[in-house]
Design a protein around this ligand. Structure first.
Ligand code: IPE
Ligand code: IPE
Ligand code: MG
Length: 261
């Protein structure tokens, strides 16, 4: 029997449920994006190899996906591997790819039975064929699920995504399907991996680095950012709740005027 996440309230740590109750259930961010950073530093601090940090980080993702679903988040986009991460030593890249494969193997049943829809953004067709197959199978198997959308960014880069969009649009222009003057912001949005998803409301980056590292460049135009020095393997559901609580105190103006007093 696969565990249903919502069946056992006593599972929820008392402190967490107390913090959770401090949130306004009516303004939970619909889309949260997370840059899962700091695995290497987490390991180095403990005198461990970086790869153990990645293992610990995968464990954090399991917990955070569950909490996000419990809180009613609609879309969680997690940055797992960037188009620039190929610059790392081959052994580290191998571990990261294996972890993704293991994550899908071990989580797919539980995610599916909890109505999670798994999607991928990025050039997944450049992954090893066996991993690409696993990725497309996971996507296919969960495509009818109506709960949390878990959007994993793998071999993803914001610039690569925009370059791809330009290529797709240019082809349509060349074929006479779109007139150049009719290219609008919506046209570009429609050709991104995230075409049918809302822009992220909240973007979280652990580890103390204060940059986007090529993540969701177009989509984060008006996203609220939340940073913590905690490394990803130490990131807990309480951090997520804290980030949402802070988000709920922000005044999002989108270039207009204050909506609250
Ligand atoms: C994030 O942790 C994992 C990936 C980028 C794939 P890092 O490996 O970047 O950890 P730090 O930033 O070196 O601590
Ligand atoms: C961003 O982190 C990519 C992921 C977390 C997957 P990096 O660790 O690669 O970013 P930089 O190199 O510090 O900017
Ligand atoms: Mg890093």
């Amino acid at each position: 029997m696969w565990k249903k996440w919502f069946s056992n309230k006593s599972d929820v740590d008392q402190n967490q449920s107390y913090l959770q109750n401090s949130l306004d259930p009516n303004s939970i961010p619909a889309h949260i994006a997370i840059i899962m950073d700091g695995n290497g530093r987490w390991a180095q601090k403990r005198g461990l190899p970086r790869t153990l940090g990645h293992h610990a980080g995968a464990e954090t993702l399991r917990n955070i996906v569950k909490t996000a679903a419990e809180l009613g988040v609609k879309v969680l986009t997690a940055y797992a591997f960037s188009t620039e991460n190929w610059k790392r030593p081959a052994e580290e890249v191998d571990v990261l790819m294996r972890l993704l494969s293991d994550y899908l193997d071990s989580e797919i049943d539980e995610l599916d039975s909890n109505n999670v829809q798994i999607r991928f953004i990025g050039k997944t067709d450049e992954l090893a064929p066996s991993l690409y197959h696993k990725v497309t199978q996971a996507q296919k198997r969960t495509s009818k699920n109506t709960g949390l959308i878990l959007n994993l960014a793998v071999n993803y880069g914001g610039r690569a995504e925009l370059t791809r969009a330009v290529q797709l649009i240019a082809r349509k222009v060349a074929a006479g399907v779109i007139a150049p003057d009719n290219i609008s912001e919506q046209t570009i949005q429609d050709h991104l991996y995230t075409a049918d998803l809302p822009d992220p409301d909240l973007l979280i980056r652990p580890s103390g680095d204060l940059r986007l590292s090529n993540f969701l460049l177009w989509q984060s135009a008006y996203t609220e950012f939340w940073f913590t020095n905690t490394n990803w393997p130490d990131f807990t559901p309480d951090h997520l709740i804290q980030a949402i609580a802070d988000y709920q105190r922000r005044d999002r103006r989108f270039g207009g005027l204050k909506t609250s007093k």
